[in-house]
Design a protein around this ligand. Sequence first.
Ligand SMILES: Cc1ncc(COP(=O)(O)O)c(C=O)c1O
Length: 402
Amino acid sequence: MRDLATALIQRKQDNLYRQRETVDGPQGVELDIAGRRVLSFCSNDYLGLANHPEVVAAFHRGLDDYGAGSGAAHLVSGHGRAHHRLEEALADFVERPRALLFSTGYMANLGVMAALLGHGDRVFEDRANHASLLDGARLSGARLVRYRHADTGDLAARLQSAPPGEYLVATDGVFSMDGDLAPLADLAAASTRHGAWFMVDDAHGLGVLGRNGRGSVQAAGLDSAQVPVLMGTLGKACGTFGAFVAGSGELVETLIQQARTYIYTTAPPPALACATLAALARVRDDDWRRERLQALVERFRAGAGQLGLRMMASTMPIQPLLVGEAADALRLSAALRARDILVTAIRPPTVPAGTARLRITFSAAHTEQQVDRLLEALEQVFATRLQGEGETGYRSRGWPGP
Ligand SMILES: Cc1ncc(COP(=O)(O)O)c(C=O)c1O
């Protein structure tokens, strides 16, 4: 039996130990943690809907109408009218014939791949894809082929040299840890040329990009023939929880028959679907949230540029500050936390070794003053050799800095 205690100590020594924060009260840009009010720049609640009064009220009404639990899997007796309405609304929103709800995005990705592929088939994935897409490929039994990040040429070459079989190309629409966009039109064209399924995980694009927040696929001008499998999550810009897969009627019926993560699990509470329906209306109708978010991101990037911070090439609300070593990312995160600002350090294996970062994210609920407070804190953290906090001075070590 493996010695867990020793492995945990080793993890701590490697600066890779993960810890949770316990939040008292609702989600928002300001959080109560350990008796302190902290300004958060790390949630995926991009549009500020997680605690929106209309969404919360719809959840309450859903509880009155449907009770707390669904009672069973969708295919038994757990598929409520509210789930069904939400599926129809989501299909309509992403302009596809059908949509199927899953409990989580993680489960949706696993379910799709195992339903469409098996031994002898191949899944082609961007190296920076989310863990759930990579795990989905592994679980499906198909061979996983990883192509260079956002490199359609590399994908095309790998498709070209693959033996005959069923192929699926899968990519994040917006990369979760880098914030950049996949070259969707080129990837779709390469997939079509080689007769491959093309699947986009739009966890971070839905609600943020495209007409009325329809996501990265719509923003790229692609339809359901070019992107036959679209996965969207509901726990990010939509502010609630869950996920869906949208596509043709045949795709959705196949998933209902064969996606094990759909079949063998209890349906989410119908009241949650009521809340998500209310959130979807805000996503669709509140263009001002996206405009505000974009303005905050631009304000931050301009300020970060003046400070000489090495930001990654992202125009999205995900603004990673590349640090390098896990220990440095942890120190920076702790220094911000000492100023009551919460930005988590993202470390391997979530990102490749040597690319630890602060994943700074923005919400339409942030104010300009709050963005400025973050910039001031970053300036202090980077400029000051912090005495007595165990920090050795980032500039003196050559990183980060102008
Ligand atoms: C790109 C991407 N796909 C899938 C998921 C999983 O979605 P969920 O949190 O609903 O399981 C996430 C994040 O959680 C993600 O960032």
